[in-house]
Write a protein that binds this ligand. Structure first.
Ligand SMILES: N[C@@H]1[C@@H](O)[C@H](O)[C@@H](COP(=O)(O)O)O[C@@H]1O
Length: 264
């Protein structure tokens, strides 16, 4: 894992956006894995600004989102499809036909999960996958106890996740308790993964992900198995790491190495 600890949420968003921008500049036909939640919003704003400034183009890119609520159509205001349209897709030069979100309104969700996996494979696999993390260590909607090699499937949400996400729903509004999510095995097949976490309320999950054992009780700990996982966090989210100074030291050395390599 590469662990990047930055001062605040704005720096985390800028760092994450640069990874995606560099990827698009290097490979305009990139397949990007995207995420919802409040954490990626600032990163999406950075990408929109870079797109409007002509620094990057999404015109040849394809995107796959991690997850969707089961039981919501794409035009429902709380659906992740709607979120992505509002927060990113409607503001950039992407062809919406090349943006994929698991179908929350699928008549047969089991078949739909298999089809989603097939589409990712047909697109050549995900080049860079963006992730947030739940307070209980979930990635996508892979809740604790998720199989570490799981594939895209229907998952029941924990009460903690339903409660955390209740803020997006009106008090009397129907809130789904089920989801379709890429599996942990699916996520681990992305060539690169970038996980963003900010704020003290993520500090326990961040510690379990980085320093805890590899275990289904903390789904994000599976990233310890990935060859190219970048964890970008602010100081508050890093505040419970036992070896915080060591990670800062490694990253400082890494920056020196990168600066040297750039001169070759
Ligand atoms: N399914 C999403 C996750 O992909 C996201 O990482 C998590 C954290 O969201 P936030 O960034 O708002 O804390 O929320 C939801 O449960």
């Amino acid at each position: 894992m590469q662990i990047v600890i930055l001062n605040d949420a704005a720096a985390v968003a800028a760092y994450g956006a640069n990874i995606f921008a560099t990827q698009l500049q290097k490979k305009p036909t990139s397949v990007l894995g995207l995420a919802t939640g409040s954490t990626p919003v600032a990163l999406y704003q950075e990408l929109i600004a870079k797109n409007k400034a002509g620094e990057i183009s999404f015109s040849q890119a394809t995107t796959f989102n991690l997850d969707e609520y089961l039981g919501l159509t794409g035009d429902h205001p709380q659906s992740y499809r709607h979120f992505m349209n509002e927060q990113l897709f409607s503001h950039i030069d992407i062809n919406k036909d090349n943006t994929f979100v698991p179908p929350g309104d699928a008549l047969n969700p089991i078949t739909a999960c298999k089809e989603y996996e097939d589409k990712i494979v047909a697109a050549g696999g995900v080049d860079v996958q963006l992730l947030g993390i739940g307070r209980n260590g979930h990635i996508g909607f892979n809740e604790p106890s998720s199989g570490l090699r799981s594939r895209t499937r229907v998952k029941t949400l924990t009460k903690a996740t339903v409660d955390d996400n209740a803020r997006f729903f009106a008090a009397d509004e129907y809130q789904p308790q089920l989801s379709i999510t890429m599996g942990i095995g699916t996520i681990l097949e992305a060539k690169k993964v970038v996980l963003l976490a900010t704020g003290e309320n993520k500090a326990d999950a961040v510690r379990a992900m980085i320093e805890g054992p590899l275990m289904a009780a903390c789904p994000a700990s599976a990233l310890q198995l990935h060859q190219d996982a970048v964890i970008v966090i602010d100081k508050a989210a890093a505040s419970k790491l036992a070896d915080l100074e060591f990670y800062q030291h490694i990253e400082a050395e890494n920056q020196k190495l990168q600066a040297h390599l750039a001169t070759l």
